[in-house]
Each structure stands twice: as structure tokens, then as C-alpha cells.
Ligand binder design. Structure first.
Ligand SMILES: Cc1ncc(COP(=O)(O)O)c(C=O)c1O
Length: 397
């Protein structure tokens, strides 16, 4: 039986092996592993690739989120609006700081934060804060400080709508771009920007499965505001502005030189890999549309969007009898995953927030229906045909 994985990092490695080994060798020869010139060179290159002001390398995407919220001074008494259908650390970054996540249900078509839902929430539940500027959540009495949209699966949120709400209500925007490196989003007619450079801060992850993935953990904060970049740079080294002089209580959270060296090499290929992913999404779409399953057993396919507004870190369908389908595919050697089986408002660790099943029906439905299929630049058309054929044989015998 031929096996089809979710992602084949070995195949990617073979195409860049000699360049990566040379880059690693250079770091080994320098014996400088923490920050230093290799990290700085990567930060400069990635900032110019994204055209996003300054880039600050940190230890993970989770820390990128945490450090960004810390840089904005978000903490106890503050609230951040966030979708419940996302990876865990989008929300734990808020609660770790003693702040309160306020969940806003997703747009069921895209799985993303819906500007209209945010607006409806603000109209219903927000009131002017009694102590000065800004808004207060009338239920929790927290000051609403920020929006935290997630460009989930590689697809950009509707940033134009979110930007206008953020301006109207003086809210920061922290973008979770962990899954969307290289995606571009329209900011005005005909003008696009890299996802992660539209809000106040963009938080990237270099977890190996991401579109730009390292060989270990890594992350990045990108911001057009030099004061925030300086703050994150300080916070990532224990809040010290000079060695052993601490202005704040920061973290130890640096991108290491070995990761920066590998990422510098991979950055050269990231556009090519993005186009290959987009092409594979088109192939899946064609195959599914001719399978006769769409609208019946396959409840929906991902939105192809504009040219680069979806970079398909995951190719996610909605499927009837999802769990049985996943099991059937596994028996045929095809790996598929559920991102994510439990929305965050129903996670035991967040029970004190007081949410219940039924509070966010779009997120709850998504968690029972979504299935991520194999997706990576080296996936062959033959493998894709096999995936769709096996899905068809599950439903139609
Ligand atoms: C949407 C989202 N946010 C945050 C993260 C956290 O990134 P990391 O695993 O690098 O901490 C991830 C990745 O796992 C993610 O997918």
C-alpha cells in the first residue's frame, strides 16, 4: 500500500540539503548560537521580504503572541477579542497575561474572524470605559484593548473590515500569522500587503509544518512601529536593555542562530512552495468537483480566494461522517488530521471563562466537520487522485 502523509518534509529537505548543511556548518564554525549576526541577517531579510518594518526573531509562534501582547501592555483588566476556533496558544497567550479572551464566532464559510460579528458584539456589549478612552465589555467590565484575528489554515482574514473597526474603536490588532507566511491580503482596491504587516504586530511561527518551517521551534514578531519592535527585542532577553539591567520582567525567547540559518535558506524557496501549494489546492478542487461528492458528502471545499490570499498551510474540507472518513483513509495509508477537534471555549482549562456548548455554533460545527488532507509542495497529482478516489469510495463504495 502506498502511503500518503500529511506533509513530506524529507522530500523538501532533499531539494535543499546541500545549502542547509552549508548554512549549519557556518554557524557551527562560528560557535555563536544565541542571536548574533546570523539571526540579524535573517531578521533583515524576512522584514524586507514582508515589507513589514522590523522583524524580531523569537523562540516560537506562541511566544511571538505572548511578547506582542506584553509589548502592548495587555494584562489584568484587559480583554482581547479572538475566535474560539484556532490553535490553543492564540488564546493562552491572552490568559497567561491575566487578560480575558472574549470569543467571537467564526465566519462559517472561511473559518475566520468575521468583522460583522465583531461589529455586532461591539454594538451589543461594549460601552465607553468609565475611566477615560476606549471601550469596556459590559459583562466582564474589562477594557477591550485588541483584536486577535487568526489567518487560519493559510487564509487571510478580511483585514479591511477589521482595520476600520480597530480605528473606529481604538483597538490594537495583533495578527496570528502562524499558518499564513507568504499570504497577501487586500488593504484597499488593488493594493495588497503581506499578512502579518497590516495590524500593529504580526506573529509568525516557524514550527516545521508551517509554510516557512524551521528545523525546530522558532517564531517572529513583525511590526511597523519601531517602539514596539524595540520593546519586543527587550522583552525577548528578560526585559534587559543592557546586559543584566532589567527594565521589565521579560522572557528568555530568542530565535537561535541555527534556526535562523536554516530559515534564511528556506526563505529563498518560500514563494515557489506557496505557488505549488496553491496549484495543488486547484487540483484538489477540480478533482472534488468532478467527483460528484461536493454538496452531498463533502459539505464544502476551501475558498480559493484571490491570487495569494490563501496559501494552504492546510487544505481543509468539511465532511459528513468525518471521523469515520478519517479512519477509513488511515486504513488506506492516507493521513488526514482534524484541526481542531475541540473549540477553545470548551477546553477544560478555560472553563472558568464560563462559556458553554452552544455559545459558538459555527466553531462547534467546524470542529465536528473539518478534515485536513495531505498538502505540501511535493504532493503529486497521482497522490491527489488517490486521495479523492479513496474519499469517493468511502462514500459511494
Ligand atoms: C494558529 C496558530 N497560532 C499559534 C501557533 C503557535 O506556534 P508555535 O507552535 O510556534 O508556538 C500555531 C502553531 O502551532 C498556530 O497554528
Amino acid at each position: 500500500m502506498t502511503k500518503i502523509p500529511m506533509l513530506d518534509l524529507k522530500a523538501q529537505y532533499q531539494t535543499i540539503r546541500s545549502e542547509v548543511l552549508q548554512a549549519i556548518e557556518e554557524v557551527l564554525e562560528s560557535q555563536q548560537f544565541i542571536l548574533g549576526p546570523v539571526v540579524e541577517r535573517f531578521e533583515e531579510r524576512v522584514a524586507s521580504y514582508l515589507q513589514g518594518g522590523a522583524a524580531v526573531g523569537v523562540a516560537s509562534g506562541s511566544d511571538a503572541l505572548l511578547l506582542s501582547l506584553m509589548a502592548l501592555g495587555i494584562g489584568a483588566g484587559d480583554a482581547v477579542l479572538v475566535p474560539p476556533f484556532t490553535f490553543f496558544s492564540t488564546v493562552s497567550s491572552i490568559t497567561r497575561l491575566g487578560a480575558t479572551p472574549i470569543f467571537i464566532d467564526i465566519d462559517p464559510q472561511t473559518f475566520l474572524m468575521d468583522p460583522q460579528a465583531v461589529e455586532a458584539f461591539l454594538e451589543e456589549r461594549a460601552q465607553p470605559h468609565p475611566q477615560g478612552d476606549g471601550l469596556m465589555d459590559s459583562k466582564s467590565q474589562c477594557r477591550i484593548r485588541a483584536l486577535l484575528p487568526v489567518h487560519l489554515f493559510g487564509q487571510c482574514c478580511a483585514m479591511v473590515g477589521l482595520l476600520s473597526l480597530s480605528r473606529k474603536h481604538q483597538l490594537y490588532i495583533v495578527e496570528d500569522v502562524a499558518q499564513a507566511f507568504g499570504a497577501r491580503t487586500l488593504v484597499s482596491p488593488g493594493v495588497s500587503r503581506a499578512a502579518g504587516t497590516v495590524g500593529d504586530l504580526g506573529c509568525f511561527s516557524f514550527f516545521p509544518t508551517k509554510n516557512l518551517g524551521g528545523m525546530g521551534d522558532g517564531g517572529l514578531v513583525v511590526t511597523n512601529r519601531s517602539d514596539l519592535a524595540d520593546k519586543v527585542r527587550m522583552l525577548r532577553v528578560h526585559g534587559a536593555n543592557h546586559k543584566y539591567h532589567h527594565l521589565e520582567i521579560g522572557l528568555n525567547s530568542r530565535l537561535d542562530a541555527l534556526q535562523a540559518a536554516v530559515l534564511f535558506v528556506k526563505l529563498r524557496y518560500v514563494d515557489q512552495w506557496r505557488e505549488e501549494r496553491i496549484e495543488r489546492a486547484r487540483i484538489y478542487e477540480t478533482l472534488f468537483l468532478s467527483s460528484g461528492l461536493v454538496g452531498e458528502e463533502i459539505l464544502s471545499l476551501p475558498n480559493s480566494g484571490d491570487a495569494q490570499s490563501h496559501v494552504f498551510n492546510q487544505y481543509v474540507i468539511r465532511a459528513r461522517r468525518r471521523d469515520q472518513l478519517k479512519e477509513y483513509l488511515a486504513k488506506q495509508g492516507i493521513k488526514a488530521e482534524v484541526h481542531y477537534p475541540v473549540p477553545l471555549h470548551l477546553q477544560p482549562c478555560f472553563s472558568s471563562l464560563g462559556y458553554r456548548r452552544g455559545d459558538f455554533p459555527h466553531s462547534e460545527d467546524a470542529s465536528t466537520q473539518v478534515l485536513s488532507l495531505p498538502m505540501y509542495p511535493e504532493l503529486t497529482a497521482h497522490q491527489q487522485e488517490t486521495v479523492v478516489r479513496q474519499i469517493r469510495s468511502f462514500y459511494r463504495g
